[in-house]
Design a protein around this ligand. Structure first.
Ligand SMILES: [Zn+2]
Length: 72
């Protein structure tokens, strides 16, 4: 995953696995834009959520709530 997919200006809680920095990534191009998922930036961890969201805010809230099937 290249850095250009990283969405700037997003505040995410640290990774639930390693406490590392997490970022929001645009992971899939869809007709109306992109789907987003939060992801850990630590290479050896790569924690992420199993779900993708069309709205950035939904993805951010899910990560910050630790709610939706975080997985390695
Ligand atoms: Zn992590």
């Amino acid at each position: 995953m290249s850095e250009r997919n990283c969405i700037p200006g997003v505040e995410l809680k640290p990774c639930p696995f390693c406490d590392g920095k997490a970022v929001l990534k645009a992971v899939r191009h869809v007709p109306n834009g992109y789907e987003y998922t939060p992801m850990c930036t630590v290479k050896s961890c790569a924690g992420r959520l199993a779900k993708k969201w069309l709205h950035k805010q939904d993805a951010i809230e899910a990560w910050n709530r630790r709610g939706t099937n975080a997985e390695h």
